[in-house]
Design a protein around this ligand. Sequence first.
Ligand code: FES
Ligand code: FES
Length: 1012
Amino acid sequence: MDINLTINGIVHEVEISPGDNLLNALRSIGFVGVKHGCETGECGACTILLDSQPINACIYLAAQTEGHVIETIESLGEHPEQGWKTTPGLHLLQEEFVDSGAIQCGYCTPAMLLAAKDLLDRNDTPNEDDVREAFSGILCRCTGYKKPVQAVLRAAAAARGEDLEPITDRPPPPMEWSGGDPGFSNEIGDLPDEIQGAGSKAEEVIAPAQVMPRIELTPETEAWQRVGKPEKKVDALKLVQGKPAFAADFERRGMLVAKVLHSPVAHAHIKRIDKSKAEALPGVAAVLTWQDIPRVVYSTAGQSDPIPGPLDSFSLDNKVRYVGDRVAFVAAETEEIALQALALIEVEYENLEFILDPEEALQPGAPLIHDEPEYVNFADSNPTKNLAAEIRIDIGNVEQGFEEADFVYEGEYEVPKVQQAHIEPHVTITYWDENDRLVINSSTQVPFHARRQLAPVLGLPVKRIRVIKPRIGGGFGGKQEILSEDVAAHLTIATGRPVIYEYSREEEFIAARSRHPMRIKMKTGVKADGTITANAMYALSDTGAYGGHALTVTGNTGHKSMALYVGDGEYRKSPNIQFYADIVYTNHPPSGAYRGYGVPQGFWAVERHMEKIARELDLDPIEFRMKNSLRQGEMQPFSTAWSEGREPRPEMIETCALDQCVQQGKAALGWDQKFGNPEWQLVPGKPQLRRGVGVALVMQGTAIPYLDMGAASIKMNDDGSFNLLVGATDLGTGSDTVLAQMAAEVLGVEVDDIIVYSSDTDFTPFDKGAYASSTTYISGAAVVRAAQAAAQRIKLRAASMLNNQQTEASLIAGEIELIDNKAVAPDGRSISLADIALDTLHHNDQEQIMGIGSFVSPVAPPPFAAQFAEVIVDIETGQVLVDKLVMAVDSGVIINPLTASGQIEGGMTQALGYAVSEEMVYDQDGHPRETDLRDYHIFHAHEMPELTTIFVETFEPSHPFGVKAVAEIPMDGVAPAVGNAVFDAAGVNIDSNPVTPEKVWRQLQNSNRSLS
Ligand code: FES
Ligand code: FES
């Protein structure tokens, strides 16, 4: 049927089915700024204005909206200069989102902008609560909401004609630690509304706060023009306009829609499968079962060669190993037909005994999850014992250390399975190009690994596959897994037609990957003075049905969290550390990579355990930690013991500002006034409430030494601009921007003179992809090398051109500096890069100035951080409200304080979910409890605590600009800091996260804590 929709003032005739929702109808006619993140009205990515009211387009029938006025992001504003035409330009909100760093992946940005427009249309003086309320129906998994809220407040202030604090100013320095007044108050007005009750709203804040983080700068950054500055994101303009940028936005003519039939049972053989009825359904182009495609064993984990894990997966198999496993693929003309076809596939399952408990999986006689002959072992994997990996690392002699200890403390901790919950689902479009090469346009973090690993699965040589990575709407490790690409590719091979396969939100929960749940045992020997003499961890890790990331994720659990505390004195010189782990198969959905990559699990156990030891020994918890923690100039203790199954090599800690991080974090939180202050802990007039503060120290890694390689190429254009081609994949982290900043710094140009393209396996150099917090460090060093190579040619040509002018002395290239788009001689003469480009491309000794560089690091310099949390616990109900999170981070030099602080804010917010609300739970048959974003609670804008980020810069000598990693470390410390703060507030130890009201309440009941 045809309907007329009035969209942005223009009437469009749209062909729809009666059941089509407005989201699909709008996207089908090119309004791709309306995004799909779920099907049930929970994520808000599809927000549009209907008769000036924000609504979720996914839950409105398109036919219902005929005769109404629809506004999409495309109506808001546009680039001001379009060739000879000028436009009214961007809306103030769009400008402020760009300037304030409010965009990370940008997937939620159109929705936020429309919700903000609605707010400002109604209220020109909104306060922060108003903005957060306006955003309350839109989930953002990247930003932590802080910068989007500030962007709206700034836009409102600008609209009122008020002066705004310039964001280009140098960032504010950290707080002086003087022990003075940290600014806290014991007044009721400081409390969140939920606890205060109605009518006690905090003081209104209308003026926007500072969007920049606090930074203690290194002196090296002072001479730099582009590095260290809050440059605008190079891709921000297209994102605020809702331009086609994401994989699903690139529709192909004649494209089929793919759907997957998922297993309803946890473990079974497929005894019989009959697809004849589905194939006979009009509009169905292909139905594939395990009988239709080659049986090729592979790993879905996108990693470098050789894959550091077992090969245990098939695109389709005659056995299912978890509820949600793949059974069949369908491609049809429409989504509706594809779903009907799934229902017509007849499957007879021969149910097998299943295992959901990782301890039972290790018992002799347990049912085997992988008994297929094609299984390929890696390292100590052993499918006959349900072992996907085994780790045994001994550093020093823990038994001797325990004997030398005055006290030995043991504890058991547990961490749940949690979901990455990126708002853009996994999505792939595949098609044959005119040269019979298969094009895979995918939301992948690992385009080069995907090409290499899929080639045998698809029966194609690598050279006949091209993987394009467009903009990614968040990945957080979930898109390091090759999950949607093979489905679409098999169906394109079967039909010869373009195919799109996009996960539903339910599929993200049942059939994607998630963080490994673990049971962790700690045993620590301590002298009476607080010296750690030995520290041991055993982790039992549940990899679920497949084990691609089993070894590497769980290895990282010990490699980072157990490296932080080495002991003191003689023990510091020769620490006693043990890390053992069994990573077992169960019939749970597979675990995989999730931001932090095993380290958040480790630090939950280590930092809860350290807190308990400090309290038991009546030691200051921070002093106890600092006494034993790793320091600059010491060896990373695991570096000589383990390296993901490869040869370990020693690594020195060249930079560590943990002590300054602690001081800065304490100052920002007011730790000294609050910790151990019974008066502060009580809330006047609210006898059931207790306040508490907690801390966790953490470290991460930066890339994988001797393995992770990134490359870049750069070429000069006629006007002195440059194309920078990188294989690195920006997930929303801002990596394209920081890579452009580094290139711009070397070449002496503006950031917008660097046109970044990432990534396409046909055109961009290799990069291992976005994981292990490595892009700024690895790919950044490659960019610097490529830019230096180009700069060298530019200087040679400049010297030659200047020497031909009338001068007394001959210049040599080494004397030339590139600055302000010019090559400048020491005597002040200069020549523009545009003139050099014209000369080299058109006039004399023509050549293409370009450079290429690649980089692999011999070290993985760890970032360090001190994470603080302040909570309020209701000791009647067990409710925990996290009031403040403060993170002080040593990530080396900060290339862009806006994008980096956005990473920290967004990371702390994800970690907050891990601390208090997120977990994936299964019933006794392996069916998931959480299958949507209603049951799985990630934080909304109006629920957020105050977030503070402080960077303490160090200069890491292994990188040309001194950087270390930023992206993952904010995942590590929030949960234990919250757990420790809950203990501080209410005296209860919660050893399994999330710290839910029920757990706190039960512990309170057990401890018989009263209100007195
Ligand atoms: S896509 Fe509409 S609310 Fe999620
Ligand atoms: S920026 Fe909001 S979901 Fe990525």
